[in-house]
Design a protein around this ligand. Structure first.
Ligand code: CO
Length: 199
């Protein structure tokens, strides 16, 4: 309990500091959120969307799962995406992976990890499509390249959801971005061109 007490105390200090800086901060946020960004990222504790992009509460809508996978049968992700696009009218969907991703690494190994292997199947399929490129690399290089390919493939998956196709059909302003974060520098690099219309 000692640890949790520390968290709650830290929270009180944080809230008090925000109010001291901007007395209306929380009352304004309590009434509405209007983020411009939807972040789809990895659950990894080292890649917190708000902190690494300098965004405040209310500025980014967030969905995270193991290895930032986008599958069109995932109702959790689709529900987040639909709310973000149709209701919040975000202007940007950012799929952000990270080098050294444990999920991607596990997908490249022939070991059983449990339930997660069914989830990692999606990444294994991406690896299979780029087998020639990946097999010519060292294991560490292949993991990092697969981290990139995984982000690009999942950004393409976002673009092919009915939610995004319908938004573009309506003429809604919506761009999809592929980013990757480097754990040992804290730096994000954009990967491919952003997608702003039907593929
Ligand atoms: Co990860």
């Amino acid at each position: 309990m000692q640890t949790l007490k520390v968290l709650l105390e830290a929270n009180q200090h944080w809230a008090a500091a925000r109010v001291a800086e901007d007395p209306e901060f929380f009352s304004r946020l309590a009434n509405q959120q209007s983020p411009e960004y939807l972040w789809i990222g990895c659950s990894d504790s080292r890649v917190p969307a708000n902190q690494i992009t300098g965004l405040d509460p209310g500025e980014v809508f967030v969905h995270r799962n193991v290895a930032n996978v986008v599958v069109e049968t995932d109702f959790n992700l689709l529900s987040v995406l639909q709310f973000a696009v149709d209701v919040l009218k975000v202007k940007h969907v950012i799929v952000c992976g990270h080098y050294g991703c444990g999920g991607v690494k596990a997908a490249l190994e022939n070991q059983r990890h449990g339930i997660i292997d069914n989830w990692l199947r999606h990444i294994r399929n991406i690896a299979r499509r780029s087998e020639d490129e990946l097999s010519a690399m060292s294991h560490a290089q292949a993991v990092d390249r697969l981290c990139e390919l995984n982000v690009i493939a999942n950004a393409e998956n976002v673009a092919r959801t009915t939610v995004v196709e319908d938004a573009w059909e309506r003429g809604q302003d919506l761009a999809i971005h592929s980013w990757i974060y480097r754990l040992d520098t804290g730096i994000i690099s954009p990967l491919a061109h952003s997608v702003r219309g039907p593929q």
